[in-house]
Write a protein that binds this ligand. Structure first.
Ligand SMILES: NC(=O)c1ccc[n+]([C@@H]2O[C@H](COP(=O)([O-])OP(=O)(O)OC[C@H]3O[C@@H](n4cnc5c(N)ncnc54)[C@H](OP(=O)(O)O)[C@@H]3O)[C@@H](O)[C@H]2O)c1
Length: 324
């Protein structure tokens, strides 16, 4: 039997993603074959597509996350048809990922779950939830009444972070470079929207003279120093994203770079995994309407080129989901 997969034979533009027919993969012990029902697109896949992930070998099927149904578990532990989510763990980088009708995954990265949500909604969840929950609760340890600055507030991670922080009782300042997105961000729950020109510390200190308590940094190295300068003593900045595609700091001198008593941390969903009960609880919060997922647009697998073009245009306004 054959399946369709979007294969990247060599790095380049969106047009380098080719739909190909491949043999249906089989699972060995410790692996599971998953029928992919939906997958969210991620900026890291855009970076891999451009050749910015140095360890990725080609040809490669990209896709660091998916939701779907178990097709075959040789151990018999997971029944065929069980709903599962998977993300990271080398998916779409070290081995072929989710831009396909079927994917073979190590059992260690699989979360079985129950839900009546549509596959479109479920497809938006795994990596987005994991990253936002981990950044806010495990890295930044957000507390009620704190002020949180979300740098890159119009990204899908930024939009969900706004909602989770509001549910935890924080005041949220969301940034965008695009004034047209102000209403979108306010409607999503932000208390304030600030237009980011790369230098926010003066305007943030005008609003909050002591600075903010926490910063979720999604733009990356170019704005990180300014984010640290927006932060009150004892507060913290978590570098989770690099929308700027820059993640290294040249000549890093910690004592000049980090203001005294401000904490700098990171979150990487490749290093830490949120527990299964928190994942299931999040799905229930979406089902009950407590969380509103912002889905930018949905594509079919054979529209993967257009989906990547939309991601690169920064105009999706939410998570892009592909339904194979
Ligand atoms: N650490 C982890 O484990 C982890 C996991 C998942 C994702 N991430 C990272 O989190 C970040 C957000 O991911 P996402 O999927 O939510 O992104 P996304 O939805 O594709 O973000 C799109 C938004 O990013 C902003 N943006 C794009 N380029 C920018 C630039 N050069 N400077 C400032 N803003 C820019 C644009 O907002 P405006 O036009 O409104 O400014 C755009 O609307 C990415 O860097 C991603 O790699 C990290």
């Amino acid at each position: 039997m054959k399946m369709k997969a979007a294969v990247l034979n060599m790095p380049g533009g969106p047009g380098n993603l080719n739909i190909e027919e491949r043999p249906l993969p089989g699972a060995e012990q410790g692996q599971v074959v998953v029928k992919v029902k939906a997958l969210g697109l991620n900026r890291s896949e855009l970076m891999t597509r451009k050749g910015l992930s140095p360890n990725v070998k080609f040809p490669r099927v990209l896709g660091i996350e998916c939701v779907g149904e178990v097709e075959d578990d040789p151990s018999g532990e997971l029944k065929a048809g069980q709903k599962v989510a998977a993300f990271m763990g080398g998916m779409g980088r070290d081995f072929d990922g989710s831009y396909a009708e079927y994917v073979v995954l190590p059992k260690s990265i699989i979360y079985p779950f129950d839900s009546k949500l549509s596959w479109e909604q479920l497809g938006a969840i795994p990596e987005m939830f994991q990253t936002v929950y981990g950044s806010l609760h495990l890295a930044l340890k957000i507390q009620r009444d704190e002020i949180l600055l979300i740098r890159g507030g119009a990204s899908s991670i930024g939009m969900l972070a706004t909602q989770l922080a509001k549910l935890s009782g924080l005041k949220v300042i969301a940034t965008t470079r695009n004034p047209d997105k102000e209403q979108l961000l306010l409607k999503n729950g932000a208390d304030f929207v600030v237009i980011d020109d790369g230098n926010l510390s003066a305007s943030i200190k005008n609003m909050f003279p002591d600075g903010v308590n926490k910063v979720l940094e999604l733009v990356g190295a170019p704005t990180l120093k300014d984010s640290l300068e927006c932060t009150a003593g004892g507060g913290a900045v978590c570098m989770t994203g690099m929308l700027s595609e820059q993640w290294a700091i040249a000549d890093f001198a910690p004592m000049e770079y980090i203001p005294a008593t401000v904490n700098l941390t990171t979150y990487d969903s490749g290093q830490i995994r949120v527990d299964l009960p928190s994942f299931q609880q999040f799905i229930q919060n979406v089902e009950s309407g407590l969380i509103k997922l912002s889905i930018g647009r949905t594509f079919r697998l054979d529209e993967i080129v257009a989906a990547h073009q939309l991601m690169e245009s920064n105009s999706a306004g939410g998570k892009i989901v592909v339904l194979p």
